[in-house]
Design a protein around this ligand. Structure first.
Ligand code: LLP
Length: 412
């Protein structure tokens, strides 16, 4: 199912996007429940009987409906804040299926995570290990931990989303990891569970993942010699998706390669984008067409505050007409928003035939779309809709302008 044309109209599952725009207004994020479930099952089933947990990375799309759909089919969750933990719990997810990543967990976050019983803390520094131990001691618990190792491999992705090089702030190097495991092993308030690594995002070649895996396995062996036996290996997320027509990773082949190397160690993965990226679109309306010398601009009602990826990473999202039957002015259009910044663009130089009032879809916007949106220029965040087969439902109301300054007050 997912997104396809039926009689010239783009549909989400069996629902015409034009119908959704009429019902819920523009701009709009639209998600296909069918696709989300399908994408998670693809990971889960690829492991067969090998012990595993597929923890969806909440940061990619944290809408409660998305989390609930995944919780219902048995997903675990990768969280990076107390806020994400509360979202997972509110959506019916289980704490004991949550791994808690992130470089700076606060005392409050650690306390809450221990209280609800998260599956594991992915620890990123000696100071953080100390803090987790101190909190666990103060509440009389044992904190389950993994150390996040930085394997120093080049994920060959955008520098902003590359995390596995020593120049990045994430994880600790191999020698420090060995020291931290010794410390953790001796603590009455820490329980050593696994080893964690995550090398970056939107990775489209399996080689860096397998390089990282080899390095991590060598470390696992070394730890075993020292009497430290880990029960799981968390290999992070980062599996790239198709935004254009790029080659990307064959999930089954990647998981087969993992299984062939790890013996019976349980594997945790933390895919975010690969679960929701292609399961969502951002739909927007052409307000004005404007031709400056040598440049054709389609000014749409969506902007960089709604979908930041193009202006932040120069990311490419395919642009499709929601109604293919419409005809208009053929040109190579730049899609720009109403925000007062030259960086406010959603796409550049796209051959399209456009008229004012047309609806357009920015494809593959389900991951890091809504979650990275803001209220810049006092623009209410847009509504989110979920579709399943022939049914559709608002899963986040469009914000009102009053919502935006409800927490503000005059200085009296
Ligand atoms: N685990 C950890 C520890 C992470 O830091 C991330 C993403 C993931 C899992 C999920 O990675 P994924 O499977 O989604 O690639 N805003 C950027 C992406 C930032 C990714 C940050 N970390 C974008 O729009 O491309």
């Amino acid at each position: 199912m997912g997104f396809s044309y039926q009689k010239q109209i783009l549909h989400a599952d069996s629902v015409a996007i034009t119908e959704l725009m009429q019902a819920y207004g523009s701009p709009l994020y639209v998600y296909s429940r069918t696709d989300i479930e399908h994408n998670w099952h693809k990971f889960d089933q690829a492991f067969g009987t090998h012990p595993h947990l597929v923890c969806y990375a909440v940061k990619a799309n944290s809408n409660l409906a998305v989390l609930n759909v995944l919780a219902k089919i048995g997903a675990g969750f990768d969280i990076v804040s107390g806020g994400e933990l509360e979202r997972v719990l509110a959506a019916g997810g289980k704490a004991d299926k949550c791994v808690f990543s992130g470089v700076a967990k606060t005392t409050t976050e650690i306390t809450r995570a221990l209280e609800v019983g998260v599956r594991c803390f992915n620890v990123e520094s000696a100071s953080e290990l100390n803090r987790i131990e101190a909190v666990a001691k103060s509440v009389g618990k044992q904190a389950p931990i993994s150390i996040r190792v930085n394997p120093n491999v080049d994920a060959k992705t955008h520098p902003y989303i590359s995390t596995g090089l020593t120049e990045n702030k994430f994880g600790v190097d191999k020698n420090e990891a060995l020291d931290l495991y010794q410390i953790a092993q001796q603590s009455a308030h820490l329980s050593v569970q696994g080893l964690d690594c995550h090398i970056g995002s939107q990775i489209t070649d399996v080689a860096p993942f397998l390089d990282a895996l080899d390095k991590v396995l060598a470390l696992l062996k070394q730890l075993k010699h020292q009497g430290i036996n880990l029960t799981h290996l968390d290999l992070g997320g980062g599996i790239g998706i198709n935004y254009d027509d790029e080659q990307t990773i064959d999930i089954q082949a990647y998981i087969n390669a993992i299984i062939s190397k790890v013996g019976d160690t349980e594997i945790i993965l933390e895919p975010g984008r690969a679960i929701v990226g292609n399961a969502g679109i951002f739909a927007t309306k052409v307000e004005f067409l404007k031709q400056n010398t040598g440049h054709a601009f389609a000014i749409v009602d969506g902007a960089m505050n709604d979908l930041l990826r193009p202006s932040f990473y120069n990311a490419y999202h395919q642009v499709l007409p929601i109604n293919k039957a419409t005809t208009g002015t053929q040109a190579n259009w730049d899609l720009v928003g109403p925000i007062c910044e030259t960086g406010d663009f959603l796409a550049k130089n796209r051959p399209l035939s456009l008229s004012e009032g047309d609806y357009l879809a920015l494809m593959s916007a389900g991951a890091y779309g809504f979650t990275m949106s803001s209220n810049y220029n006092t623009r209410p965040r847009v509504a989110e809709v979920m579709v399943s087969g022939t049914t559709h439902q608002i899963v986040r109301k469009r914000e009102t302008v009053q919502d935006l300054f409800a927490n503000e007050s005059l200085f009296l």
